[in-house]
Ligand binder design. Sequence first.
Ligand SMILES: [Zn+2]
Length: 153
Amino acid sequence: MKSVAGIRHLDHPYRTLTDGSVMHELSIATHLVAVATEALENAGETQPVTVVRIRVGALAGVVIEALEFAWDIATDCTRCAGARLEVERVPAAVRCAACHTETTVDGPLPFICAQCGQPAIDIVAGRELDLIALEVHDGPGPSAEECHATAHP
Ligand SMILES: [Zn+2]
């Protein structure tokens, strides 16, 4: 195994949705595959991927269980087919406008400053949706041509 990509930010296609009601984990998974594939091509890497590691913030609007479910569908017959999706969860953190204290939050709105009790709306962490690293096979792996035979018995 070797690591290919460094930290690489993913463009979240639904970043502007604020109501949290629209979940497009399959689209996110498909986008992840596209970004990973591009990173492999940029690195000149031809081996199949074994691990895709991502970082997801608590406020990113991503249901991780749904993303993991969508992953198998999105990766079918791609360079990431059979790869394991590893998710690093990032808790949300806010900074108080009144006293500038940063508070890690683990619950629903409103976010309250731990220092002075004022509502804290300046979000400093928790919106991450990043592709952190890829790991690829060292030796020969399954080829893309075999995927239809093995993925749909
Ligand atoms: Zn405060």
